[in-house]
Design a protein around this ligand. Structure first.
Ligand code: RAT
Ligand code: ZN
Length: 419
């Protein structure tokens, strides 16, 4: 039992808000890169405005066709997005409001008619000072990366060797291997591994050797894949075999959790490119079967469809090797974050990770984490108020312990636990 004084119900919102503001989080899934990976890392106003979430919105407001849009230069695209979504229209959507919040946090003009003054500001920043400042503004200590060993631009940098950066832990992302083996086994072969199109012969052993080499090179904190809404497991296909015979054994060997992000419906509008993906409800039998078949693997799980969230909570209650995380992509809107977080607290207590940013552009962590704190604060406070009403005092230490768990130690324990 707590020895600290109980928080009065009337103080709860402000104390929870305080604790959230005063706790630095670990951002467990981003598409950011350590500065050591050079031009792979995106930042600045042109990148912020050409984020694919905003590109999708642009085509709802502008008559430009995707084909015309892709012929423009990056700065022309940014100019068009700014004029369309921020000057000619009110930036009310979550992604557009995010740009406003970033500009405001950096004390820049949020209603500028042109981008030039903003560009001038970003040109003056140097990453060694700017990255820590952005992390401070976002209230995070770490941005976990997404690293693709079969991306030619990225692989060459890792192979040459980069200095590891404790603030940007790596993640071995294996979509190309698990989702498109037929298109990518050649790339593995080109890196010197004896794999073949049918995943026969030495393939599994060689793929495990590939993982061992990349684990050594990247020192990842977990392995990851995103999967379509149609994903089923097990089925009689190459992916099931790769998963069973190479990926999960490698995770066990190196003590790494496997992250499964399930529910994307790829390129429902191909002309939009990265902005063209959609969502579909997935069959949760796949998650259940995986959890049951591999009790010695640990899984981070995020479902993209709102309709899958309740089932995920139920399955997580039955399988301690599953850790639900994040309100991913189309779910990262206050209305849905609210609903999902309440449901998770009610069904899982603090045994989940409420959010990750999925930031692709450095400064996005500022608005994404600010919004998370703003949305989740009242949800947490509400749970404590209910607990007090039911007869248990809640101290500031209790709140601090829970916030640490949700936004730091659940993840730290998951990536360190060797059982
Ligand atoms: O949220 C996004 O930016 C998506 O485009 C995806 O990258 C997704 O988060 C993923 O990791 O596959
Ligand atoms: Zn992502």
């Amino acid at each position: 039992m707590t020895t600290q004084p109980s928080i009065a119900i009337s103080q709860m919102d402000s104390i929870v808000g305080d604790v959230l503001a005063g706790t630095s989080f670990i951002d467990i899934h981003t598409h950011l890169f350590t500065p050591a990976l050079g031009s792979l890392g995106l930042w600045g106003i042109d990148e912020l405005l050409t984020y694919h979430y905003l590109e999708a919105e642009l085509f709802r407001f502008s008559p430009i066709t995707p084909e015309q849009y892709w012929t423009l230069s990056k700065s022309q695209r940014a100019d068009l997005v700014w004029k369309t979504l921020f000057v000619d229209n009110t930036p009310l959507s979550e992604a557009s409001r995010g740009v406003i919040a970033v500009l405001d946090a950096l004390k820049l003009d949020t209603a500028s008619n042109t981008l030039e003054p903003l560009r001038a500001y970003f040109r003056k920043q140097t990453l060694d000072e700017y990255v820590p400042r952005v992390f401070r503004l976002a209230g995070i200590t770490h941005a976990v990366m997404t690293n693709d060993p079969l991306d030619p631009e990225e692989a060459v940098r890792w192979t040459r060797g980069i200095e590891t950066d404790p603030h940007f832990p790596a993640v071995l992302r294996i979509d190309r291997i698990l989702n498109q083996w037929s298109a990518h086994h050649d790339a593995l072969a080109a890196q010197g591994y004896g794999v073949d199109a049918n995943a026969g012969g030495q393939t599994m052993r060689e793929l495990r050797r590939f993982f061992a080499d990349w684990v050594e090179r990247m020192k990842p904190v977990y392995m990851a894949v995103s999967l379509e809404d149609t994903f089923l497991f097990p089925v009689d296909d190459i992916r099931t075999r790769l998963f069973r015979e190479a990926v999960l054994p490698a995770c066990r060997e190196f003590g790494l959790p496997m992250s499964l992000m399930i529910g994307v419906r790829r390129l429902i509008n191909p002309a939009l490119r990265l902005a063209g993906d959609g969502v579909g409800r997935a069959d949760m039998h796949a998650v259940q079967n995986i959890a049951l078949e591999f009790p010695e693997n640990r899984f981070l799980i995020s479902m993209l469809s709102r309709e899958n969230q309740h089932e995920l909570c139920v399955i997580a209650r039955k399988f301690r090797n599953l850790l639900p995380f994040g309100c991913w992509w189309f779910l990262n809107n206050p209305s849905i974050v609210e609903e999902m977080t309440r449901e998770r607290l009610e069904m899982l207590g603090t045994s989940f990770i409420p959010q990750h940013s999925d930031a692709r552009i450095l400064e996005q962590v500022i608005y994404k984490w600010r919004n998370t704190r703003r949305t989740i604060g009242p949800i947490l406070a509400r749970s404590y108020k209910l607990l007090i009403a039911d007869g248990r005092n809640v101290s500031r230490d209790d709140v601090q312990r829970d916030v640490n768990r949700l936004f730091r130690t659940n993840f730290e324990n998951w990536i360190q636990r060797a059982d």
